[in-house]
Design a protein around this ligand. Structure first.
Ligand code: GDP
Ligand code: MG
Length: 301
């Protein structure tokens, strides 16, 4: 598990975080210059200004109070500050059956792939999973999910291309209830350029779900491409305006040096990163763990 995360973070670690590691190793003393340099580097690393300022202030106060001297100590202090910044109290997962997960996000961010990853994740836990191909905009999108379903041995509810996504969701909910499925994951289209349409579509989907399964959807997961760095945060802000997002799936961490974006997201959006994607295969996914993530970032090569 940890090896995969470490590999997925190698580009990020090799970029600005590598520089941070080198500075920490080279400097002998913790002074204002070092903290200024660190602050600049964290901002360059797509961490985001306000999360960076928070962490630096946290470090500054600890240094003042407890007189950290060696860079080894500072290193630990930084890891701790970053971990504190990232730790999030997760609400307990409701014990509902079927447990309904709605996947949303801009096209190309990795929604369908991440849907397959989650299907695999739950299936491995012995859950009976059902998928809904509610991105009916392109035939290829439906086929893509159907192919994953075949590979994983998971049923996929699908209609023809250009049919009403809400109708697919209706059938999927009915089937999930009738077949006593444990988990229903709904893949959607994300045409953000037409915000009113997107909002209407999501509202309609939500209505259809909750009419058949009260309290559902239990999770609305916004998929963000880590490679978009701070732009992904901006994208998320737009989505939060039209949907009740309660968790983030940050995809494609393996392909980018902008993994620092994870550190600022909680501060900027108040929504936890719950999953990270580190490759194109179904097992290239991890449930986000602040401790492992931070260690993966700062670990020496
Ligand atoms: P969607 O349009 O949001 O459904 O996006 P897709 O799931 O079709 O993914 C778009 C592309 O990103 C595909 O080529 C995927 O294989 C790729 N992709 C998705 N997640 C990851 C990831 O975590 N790492 C990498 N390297 N590629 C990914
Ligand atoms: Mg898709």
């Amino acid at each position: 598990m940890f090896g995969k995360l470490k590999k997925g973070l190698s580009k990020t670690r090799g970029g600005v975080f590598g520089k941070i590691n080198r500075i920490l190793t080279a400097k002998r003393k913790i002074d204002d210059d070092l903290l200024d340099e660190l602050e600049e580097l964290l901002i360059t690393a797509d961490v985001g200004v306000s999360a960076t300022l928070d962490m630096i202030e946290n470090i500054r106060q600890k240094v003042r109070k407890e007189k950290y001297e060696t860079t080894e100590e500072l290193n630990r202090l930084i890891i701790e500050a970053v971990r504190e910044e990232l730790t999030f109290d997760e609400p307990p997962i409701p014990d509902s059956k079927p447990y309904v997960i709605l996947m949303i996000g801009v096209n190309g961010t990795g929604k369908t792939t991440s849907t397959a990853k989650l299907a695999h994740y739950y299936k491995q836990q012995g859950k009976d999973v059902l998928l809904a191909a509610a991105d009916t905009f392109r035939a290829a999108a439906i086929d893509q999910l159907a192919t994953w379903g075949e590979r994983l041995g998971v049923r996929v509810i699908r209609h023809q291309a250009h049919s009403d996504p809400a109708a697919v969701v209706f059938d999927a909910c009915a089937s999930a209830v009738a077949s006593h499925a444990d988990v229903l994951i709904i893949d959607t289209a994300g045409r953000l350029h037409n915000k009113v349409n997107l909002m209407n579509e999501l509202e309609k989907i939500n209505r259809v779900i909750s009419r058949q399964i009260p309290d559902a959807p239990h999770e609305v997961i916004l998929v963000l491409d880590a490679g978009n760095g701070q732009n992904a945060v901006q994208q998320a802000r737009e989505f939060i305006k039209v949907a009740k997002v309660n968790a983030l799936f940050l995809s494609k961490l393996d392909g980018t040096a902008k993994g620092g974006v994870v550190l600022g997201i909680k501060k900027e959006l108040g929504i936890p990163v719950r999953y990270i994607g580190v490759g194109e295969q179904v097992d290239d996914m991890e449930r986000f763990d602040a401790g492992a993530f931070v260690e993966g970032l700062f670990e020496k090569e």
